[in-house]
Design a protein around this ligand. Structure first.
Ligand code: SF4
Length: 687
């Protein structure tokens, strides 16, 4: 083995830092990563960004969990796996027996593999007997999925990332792809600069793509649905709508037209603060463009009206015939590497894998026959409802994997009070996260380079990750841990490799009927839907839409103003977002030497106007307070923000922005309204 350790190993894997899905080979010698070499990834060709290339040191971090930890007073002590499983078996059985299966909840991870999402929901449904299973897409992307499912049937990117280059116009709304989806964004920059592609950006903040845009406008917070509806109305009223497309492919046009009556340009100007002349120009640009792609992210989804705004966006694309062709359509830019897959593979309270409903008798009968169990048929609780049930005392146990809930969920103090109340709380992760502090039992999981499986990127592309090294210490792959627990609970599972889990998924899920590991060798990939013969679907809508009559549907919406508006006490609006160098709350990147040094802390962007009014300069510390909590943060005066808009970066472990965010949530999906936070700012004395 001495000899073998000396040998360099090359393993094809997929980046875990965002949902663009760059793939590459990593060169390792033992546990050392020698280099990351992209050479023919389907999404990235030969490029990666700084995170994909360098942010891998965390897998050898001192914070890695290497043994199960059991709560012992204020701290934890290491225990053996056998003892950990004894405790889980005993406690799960007791709680299920005393309070019923719905007293247990399960939260899967959008950083783990598709196969791990599938077995997590199977554990909840088939072994425990509850539909209380969800994943952290609840925090970001569910409203996008909802808006698209309502209108075009599938909640995924309409085409491939490469297709964006074919668009005549790219419209970016509430997304910062230059920092959050860098390799995808490079294509937009290139087409805009060299091929005459038009670029329009709507955002509160003048980020890099806003600076490059042909048209940039800043709608007031939470008003995107209004300008989208007004632009749709203007296009229809001016005779610019694609009537042939609508007649052939879309239902409910008359109802939709009627719903647009309030959305005149005057009304839109009043609500959004964007001049009617600008919106009129935008309407003409979209109507004239040879294909429009709309790229959007959490600036659209994390609002009380997030699902409705995503719906309005899809309605606008339908009005202008921007589906069913390359270089057109909706691109909800997923954040984590496997946000798409975590939901696709069934870790949601209302659907099995492939969005098959838990209350559809035919679907239930199919799963019951295959699994040999009786399944629960009422919709379970989502993340948010689980927190409420814990506080109400009806949910007693929670098992979270790969999710730092305390820093990523809205209103950290509220979540903390729920987690503290749990009778039994298991957290499974690669590092000792903030959420682990609340756990009764912490289970050590393997990192992506230490296991096999698949991820699904933002363009619905399913790709293999391969094991480059053994799990550190006694950590284990998430699917293996879940199988151990399932078998203690009488599950009688026998998966020897994730490929066998995927075979089961394919057998039970029409959307993935033709997915198999043989079709995913090396750099081969498949974009869903994947038919039984193995043909996949780079362009999502080719022969209509996935409804019985193959027609899409206009879905009328109303505008409801944001829940948390500024007041005299909380007079500023706080927005938040990520940084290029970091991943989400920094749980992995802060553990990568070199990355933390570049951008050690989060900061607060303050407009030059507001800075002058309050007498603050860059570098000064301020306290930012909301009705829910407060943080101390350093100021950066910047014209990226305007007036009373503040912007705080997400990458802090010590002072997370979610101490400030509240309980308001999207009406349809319960995704927290992270982007609707009213705060005040107090300048702290100089140190
Ligand atoms: Fe990784 Fe995303 Fe960067 Fe690609 S663009 S290397 S997937 S972080």
């Amino acid at each position: 083995s001495e000899m073998r350790n000396e040998r360099t190993k090359r393993t094809k894997t997929v980046c875990t830092y965002c949902a663009v899905g760059c793939s590459f080979e990593v060169w390792t010698k033992d546990r050392h990563i020698l280099k990351v070499e992209p050479w023919h990834g389907p999404a990235n060709g030969i490029s990666t960004c700084v995170k994909g290339k360098f942010a891998w040191g965390h897998i050898n971090s001192d914070d890695r969990l290497v043994k199960p930890l059991l709560r012992d007073g204020e701290g934890f002590r290491e225990i053996e796996w056998k003892e950990a499983l004894d405790i889980i078996e005993h406690t799960f059985k007791r709680i299920k027996n005393d309070h019923g299966p719905d007293a247990l909840g399960f939260i899967a991870s959008s950083k783990c593999t598709n196969e791990e999402s599938f077995v997590m929901q199977k554990l909840a449904r088939a072994v425990i007997g509850t539909n209380n299973v969800d994943n952290c897409a609840r925090y970001c992307q569910n409203p996008a999925t909802m808006g698209l499912q309502r209108t075009v049937g599938y909640g995924g990117d309409s085409g491939s990332i490469a297709d964006i280059e074919k668009a005549g116009l790219v419209l970016i709304v509430g997304a910062n792809p230059a920092e959050n989806h860098p390799v995808l964004c490079t294509r937009v920059k290139r087409s805009h600069k060299h091929r005459g592609q038009r670029l329009i950006v709507a955002d509160l903040r003048k980020h890099e793509m806003a600076e490059r845009a042909d048209i940039f406008f800043r709608p007031n917070p939470s008003t995107d649905a209004v300008w989208m509806c007004a632009v749709s109305k203007y296009i229809i009223d001016s005779g610019l709508a694609k009537i042939d497309f609508i007649n052939k492919w879309v239902n409910h046009f008359d109802e939709f037209k009627k719903s647009l009556e309030p959305f005149t340009m005057e009304y839109a100007e009043k609500i959004t603060g964007v001049p009617a002349a600008t919106l009129t120009t935008v309407a003409h640009e979209i109507a004239a463009a040879d294909g429009t792609c709309i790229l959007f992210a959490m600036g659209v989804t994390q609002h009380c009206g997030g699902s409705d705004t995503a719906t309005a966006l899809s309605n606008l694309l339908l009005v202008t015939g921007n589906y069913m062709r390359p270089g057109a359509g909706a691109y909800p830019l997923r954040g984590h590497n496997n946000v798409q897959g975590a939901s696709d593979y069934g870790s949601m309270p209302n659907v099995f894998s492939g969005y098959q409903k838990v209350d559809d008798p035919d679907v239930v009968a199919k799963f019951e026959a295959d699994w040999g169990v009786t399944l629960p048929t009422t919709t379970g609780k989502d993340n948010h409802q689980m927190m409420e049930a814990i506080l109400a005392g009806t949910m007693k146990s929670l098992y979270i994997k790969g999710e730092d809930t305390i820093t990523s969920d809205s209103n950290a103090n509220f979540v903390a009070s729920a987690l503290e109340k749990l009778e039994f709380f298991i957290v499974q992760d690669i590092n000792f996260s903030e959420t682990c502090r609340y756990a009764d039992l912490v289970l050590p999981a393997a990192a992506s380079l230490e296991k096999d499986g698949t991820f699904t990127s933002t363009e619905r592309r399913i790709q293999r990750i391969n094991k480059a090294m053994e799990p550190l210490g006694e950590s284990k792959a998430d699917w293996e841990i879940i199988q151990l627990i399932a078998n203690r609970m009488g599950g009688n599972w026998n998966y020897k490799h994730p490929s066998e889990i995927m075979d089961e998924v394919a057998r039970l899920t029409p959307l993935f009927a033709g997915v198999s590991y043989t079709r995913l060798e090396g750099f081969d990939s498949l974009q869903w839907p994947v038919h039984a013969d193995g043909t996949d679907t780079p362009l999502l809508f080719t022969e209509g839409f996935p409804f019985p009559d193959k027609k899409a549907r206009f879905f009328p919406i109303e505008y409801i103003p944001p829940s948390e508006e500024t007041s005299s006490l909380y007079d500023l609006h706080l927005n938040n977002g990520r940084l290029l160098e970091h991943f989400e709350q920094g749980s992995m990147t802060f553990r990568t030497p070199g990355i933390k040094e570049i951008t050690p802390n989060s900061w607060l962007e303050v407009s030059p106007e507001l800075a002058a009014e309050r007498g603050v300069t860059s570098g000064r510390y301020v306290q930012v307070a909301s009705p829910h909590g407060k943080v101390r943060v350093q100021v950066l005066v910047s014209d990226r923000v305007k007036g009373k808009q503040l912007y705080m970066t997400l990458n802090s472990v010590e002072e997370p922005v979610n101490k400030l965010t509240g309980d308001f949530a999207d009406r349809q999906t319960h995704t927290p309204a992270f982007k609707e936070t009213a705060v005040n700012m107090t300048v702290l004395p100089e140190q």
